[in-house]
Ligand binder design. Sequence first.
Ligand code: ADP
Ligand code: MG
Length: 249
Amino acid sequence: MTTQVSAPPIAAARVADATKLYGRAPAIVRALDAISVTVREGRWLALMGPSGSGKSTLLHCMAGLDTLTSGYAEIGGHSLGDLDDDQLTMLRREHVGFVFQAFNLIPSLTAAQNLALPITLAGGRPDRSRVEAMLANVGLSGRARHRPSELSGGQQQRVAVARALITEPDVVFADEPTGNLDSQSSSDILALFRRAVDDLGQTVAMVTHDPVAAAHADEVVFLFDGRAVDHLEAPTADRVLARIKPLGG
Ligand code: ADP
Ligand code: MG
């Protein structure tokens, strides 16, 4: 007789019982309160919640940019708590991509150089045809030699997304990636994430306060006071809005 056991979802990244405290008594802030979240491989997870609910803290701790006060965090099966600073830096370089609200491109470098930065920083030599293909992929052929100041906000963020994807990381973490963009540029960025997940099998964890942006994801986790209080599969903007309203977000 055979027994069918359904396998647990493969975690590209996850935290379990994760708590993060800031400050010291009597002014301690509990930014994360024993929260558990799994970012499933090949999926796009959106994190929503009111301002101050712990979204950025969660993203930073999941990505190894900040450390938990207690609890467990892993990326690609590597337990972050077991790594020293150098190992954590290596893990971030090889396994994680980042996209921030403020683009964070280096002003003195061209679009091509910014895009290739994760490879250059790791001591590698970026393959020119690969860089060109990535630029074309985000609709920026012919912009390789432009500096950030010569690009619109939407174009800069497209470079940032390509930079986050070029190492084929286990997870791309994005903190309000459309927060500084007009609606057309926002939908361009969201379409890039969608294609990265659907066509390249990439994994995305994205903080947003925009129900329309969250509706592009595969699932939404809602935060309140450092805890995961709700979860939505196959979100639509209307359903996201209905869940976020009672949280005051
Ligand atoms: P969100 O991204 O959802 O707006 P944050 O994760 O930035 O929330 O913040 C969660 C809580 O932690 C808030 O109360 C915030 O004030 C506090 N916080 C965040 N970063 C720090 C810090 N570096 N020092 C002290 N408190 C912080
Ligand atoms: Mg935030």
